[in-house]
Design a protein around this ligand. Sequence first.
Ligand SMILES: Nc1ncnc2c1ncn2[C@@H]1O[C@H](COP(=O)(O)OP(=O)(O)O)[C@@H](O)[C@H]1O
Ligand SMILES: [Mg+2]
Length: 275
Amino acid sequence: MSIDVKGVNFSYNKNTSHENHVLKNINLTIDKNEFVGITGEIGSGKSTMVKLFNGLFIPDTGKVSVEGLDAADKKVRRKVGLLFQNPHDQLFAKTVFEDVAFAPSNFGITGDELTERVYESLQLVGIDKKLADISPFKLSGGEMRRVALAGILAMKPEYLILDEPTSGVDIKGKIELYNNLEKIHENGTCIIMITHQIDDLFPVANKIVLMNQGRIVFTGTSDEYLDSIDFPAPEITILMRELQKQGFDVRSNVSTVDDAYKEINRMWINTGRGK
Ligand SMILES: Nc1ncnc2c1ncn2[C@@H]1O[C@H](COP(=O)(O)OP(=O)(O)O)[C@@H](O)[C@H]1O
Ligand SMILES: [Mg+2]
């Protein structure tokens, strides 16, 4: 079970003088059991690419399929949930409840089951039930993001795509988000997370996709990514590389503060000084 992208090209404003060939020969397979991080500079084509995964955009050439179905097939909308980069693009209803209920009610879920799904999703993202009856546009930016995510979770998608979910989120919020995503992933949902902030990817993703100017320039495990010095690296990795260069006996393919601490501690013990 997977999302398969084969030989895809995509242009905005095709056949006009403003034609912008944004995605170039994209080939990618995302298996259902993966937690994939998509990164690359702003403008490299990340947001455009994932809009092909649920049929929102149709490729000029090539093919995108989800579990064998063409991505434009209506059934795919139910399988692939996409959280937009900007919550204003997602939210629309008069109340938080109606917004979160929209997708599942479209799939025919009603009554108590619908109510349960809405509250369960709001709880998952840490939004108090008391906010259910107010307008989502009266919430803070962070709360709006959470409500938008709850609306996608309420669909119970098999593939959950999040476009820059960590932007503008403080460290506490990020940890909560990571914990939630890990839980959702453990329950069998494929997670595809986009971020241009490379440091935000490594705590959770087990496969990394790097884009550059509309092309995929790397696909592989986090370790493989970190082993290459050609790619943008997390700050903590840069520090470890520097220590290694200075002669410290540490591994440099480390991407979180926790792992860096363990690595430095291991080295310290090896020198006979640590405990
Ligand atoms: N609606 C649009 N019309 C024309 N060009 C667009 C549109 N949306 C994005 N682009 C262009 O496509 C390229 C990739 O954008 P995007 O997929 O948003 O990149 P990323 O998500 O990696 O920042 C950029 O050059 C951007 O200017
Ligand atoms: Mg984007």
